[in-house]
Design a protein around this ligand. Structure first.
Ligand code: FES
Length: 129
């Protein structure tokens, strides 16, 4: 039912955990199943220098988060914002249709973390003015 890549990322997920002094944090919930996902990012020179995730989710959510964080690491914020739910699923060689909603969590949480970072930067700049 699952591709080898999904199984590999589920059994041996990359970038799990938290970044205590993260520059951006994004949490999203999955309305379909009620699972939650948080992504933490560290940003340097407009690039995602470090990224970690924490999830209360199913195996597919763990596999997609592991894949999303690997895809986003080292990318510029603009590039990372372009990573879509579909990109993540195809990078994993597909997900069973009933599990597609699980892949939404990771991409959405990544985008939320970037938005959080951008918002914080804006506030910082406003304070400076
Ligand atoms: Fe909830 Fe997959 S069943 S994220």
């Amino acid at each position: 039912m699952y591709s080898d890549k999904v199984m590999e990322n589920f059994k041996n997920p990359k970038n799990t955990g938290e970044i205590p002094d993260a520059d951006g944090v994004g949490t999203v919930g999955n309305p379909v199943c009620g699972d939650m996902m948080t992504i933490f990012i560290k940003v340097k020179d407009n690039r995602i220098e470090d990224i970690k995730f924490k999830t209360f989710g199913c195996g597919a959510a763990i596999a997609t988060s592991s894949m999303t964080t690997q895809m986003a690491k080292g990318k510029t914020l603009e590039e990372a914002l372009k990573i879509s739910r579909k990109d993540v699923a195809s990078e994993l060689n597909g997900l069973p249709p009933v599990k597609m909603h699980c892949s939404n969590l990771a991409a959405d949480a990544l985008h939320a973390a970037i938005q959080d970072y951008l918002k914080k930067q804006q506030t910082k700049n406003e304070v400076k003015k």
